[in-house]
Structure formats: C-alpha cells, structure tokens
Ligand binder design. Structure first.
Ligand SMILES: [Ca+2]
Length: 359
C-alpha cells in the first residue's frame, strides 16, 4: 500500500512547483514483486541475465522487491543461491531475502534436464559458496506465506523454470486467486525455441511445472523469445565495465565474458539478449510491449517437443479447436529503443558510475 506522508496535509508547494498537494499526499504506489530466478552470474559460462534483471528491479523505484526465490535451471540451486547472495552483498542489499527452492524438475524422469543440471553443477564458481541460514524458509513456503499475507498485492516475476511456483500453487491452491499477475520470461509463441527447436529454456527445464502454472488461472503475461530476441546488449558495453571503478562492475564484466564466449561458439552471436530484464521492465512498464491474448498449452509429452508453448493466437481457431478461453497475454512486439534506454539508464549507467549501484 502507498505510504502516506503525515506532513503532506501541511504541504504548500512553492509557486511554480510541479504537481499538487495531492501528489505529495499519495506518493507513487510501487508494485510489490517476488523474483523467482536461477541466477548464473558467478558460475563461469552461466547466463548472467537474471542478475541484470535483479539489478534493474532493485534500481527501479516503481518496484519493491519482496524477495528472490531461487529455482533450479541455468545452474543448480546451490550455485544460484550463492550467486544471488554475492550480488546482493556487492550491492549492499542483503535486506532483500534470498530463499533457496526446488532443486529438480517436478518429473523425476526428465533425464535430459537432470543431465543438464548435473553438467551445470560442474561450472567453475567465481563467487564463494553460501548456505541458507538455519531457520530460513524454503522458497516455496516463502512464496505461499508472502502471498497469503498480502492477497492481491504480490506480482510474481518469473525468470527461471516454474518449479517453485508450481509447487506453491499445489501446496496452497487458493494462491491462484491471490496472485494478481505473473510476468513470465518464458516460452516462444511465434518463433523457434532456444534450447530445442520447439522449446524455450525455462519451459523446457520443467514442462510439468509450466503446464500447471499455465493451467492455474493466474493472469500471465508471457514475455517470450518473440520479444526477448529483439533486445540486444552490445559486447562493447561489457568491455567498458572492465574499466569501471566499482567492484560490482568489474565482477559483472568478468562474469559475463565467458557467456559471451559461449554464445559466440554456439550461436555465432557477439551480443546478449536481455530476456529477464525485459520481463522485470514489463512488471512496471507494460507499455513497452504490444501483446495479444491466447490460449497457450505446454507440450509435456512430445518426444522432441517437450516444453513447447503451443500458442493459439487466432480467436476463431482457438475456440473451434480447443474450446478454451485465453489464459495468457502473449507479448509480440517490443519498443526496443524504449526498453534499451531504460536498461542503459537503470543498469549500465549506475554500474559505470563511481558509486555502487543501489548502495
Ligand atoms: Ca533465468
């Protein structure tokens, strides 16, 4: 809820001041979010993008970050937890709770995904390992408790696989009416996948969890590859950070380098897409994308298509072939210049500044 300034009743704006007394009585209400994440900045060769998204969220006054819930995905949970803690340490933001979550995809037979996680567990660690303090809740319990205590208030920004969120909805089905919105980096409606030709990574990494979340009835904004792959962060920006004065900037540059190298080797690309950061931005700047409602089904049985987000965008075909109502708002176009300007202002410029971002 917005905090009301008790002194505001006596507020007398100076002549020519912008705004009115009412503006000061009701300061901007922030959107309260939990970021469900698999941060790999700190595991050499891991996707650093979750951490950019966390930086964007913490440096956006429109958002209040209630916690980071860590899930399996880019890296195992023990890596992701340590990476999140290290990032917050560098930011001086250990006031933000970090909770460790689900360590495996929900289906224990997901052998490809389990093999992926095992391989990622062997990545060189660039940050100290960290163990959750005794008494800290599990990420699923934190999600359940925080939403139950604040019904209708907590937007989930999911930038990893959906294992934690699916388990929370299973544990407490009433959450479905108490979560106002999920802004999800995941899926691909009109473009190919990025881990298989059919599937985007976050959905592929736990198709059963994604299926449950898509079927939960919680309003979902799907920020998928359709829009994320239209965003870019140039390698030159990362190189500039190597020379920046703050320890955080140098850490970011060191951690992102191996990922750029991997993208060059695997995809022939020399830049980054800002997937997770776009999802965070949409949590408070929905105007940055044009979206369309659809019924989206998650493929859980295909031999080669597990994790595909089959998106019925045409309302007539949706009704005729599925009989289903729309369950997702699918982002299809992005204001690339507007988003990249926001990212430059809120993430890159503070990293390059002498003082540590957010401190
Ligand atoms: Ca992620």
């Amino acid at each position: 809820m917005p905090v009301v300034n008790a002194d505001a009743e006596a507020w007398n704006p100076l002549p020519g001041a912008r705004g009115t007394a009412a503006d000061y009585r009701a300061p901007m209400a922030t959107t309260r979010i939990i970021i469900d994440t698999d941060p790999a900045m700190g595991s050499a060769g891991g996707d650093p993008e979750d951490s950019f998204a966390i930086l964007l969220a913490l440096n956006s006054p429109e958002l209040t970050v209630e916690g980071l819930t860590v899930v399996q995905g880019n890296v195992p949970v023990d890596h992701g937890y340590a990476n999140a803690v290290h990032l917050l340490d560098l930011l001086g933001r250990r006031d933000v709770p970090v909770l460790a979550g689900i360590e495996r995809p929900l289906d224990p037979e997901r052998r490809l995904q389990l093999a992926w996680l095992e391989q990622r567990g062997g990545l060189e660690r660039l940050v100290p390992s960290a163990t959750p303090p005794a008494g800290d809740p599990h990420a699923v319990d934190f999600l359940v408790q925080t939403v139950l205590e604040n019904p209708g208030e907590i937007v989930l920004v999911t930038i990893g696989p959906l294992s934690n969120v699916a388990r929370a909805l299973e544990r407490e089905p009433s959450l479905a009416e108490k979560i106002p919105r999920i802004v999800m980096m995941g899926g691909a409606a009109t473009v190919p996948g990025n881990i298989t030709p059919a599937a985007e990574f976050n959905i592929w990494a736990d198709p059963e969890a994604a299926h449950r979340v898509f079927e939960s009835g919680v309003p979902i904004c799907m920020v998928g590859l359709d829009v994320c792959e239209q965003t870019h962060l140039n390698e030159d920006v990362v190189k500039r950070l190597e020379a920046a004065p703050s320890e955080l900037a140098r850490f970011v540059a060191r951690a992102v380098g191996p990922w750029i190298e991997l993208r060059r080797n695997v995809f022939g690309a020399d830049d980054l897409h800002l997937y997770d950061s776009l999802a965070v931005a949409i949590a408070f700047r929905p105007d940055l994308v044009r979206s369309s409602e659809a019924f989206v089904a998650v493929e859980t049985e295909g031999t080669h298509t597990a994790g595909a987000t089959v998106s019925y965008l045409n309302p007539l075909l949706r009704a005729a072939l599925t009989g289903r109502e729309p369950n997702v708002d699918v982002a299809l176009e992005v204001d690339r210049a507007g988003f990249e300007a926001l990212f430059a202002e809120r993430v890159i410029a503070p990293l390059e500044a002498p003082s540590v971002l957010g401190a």
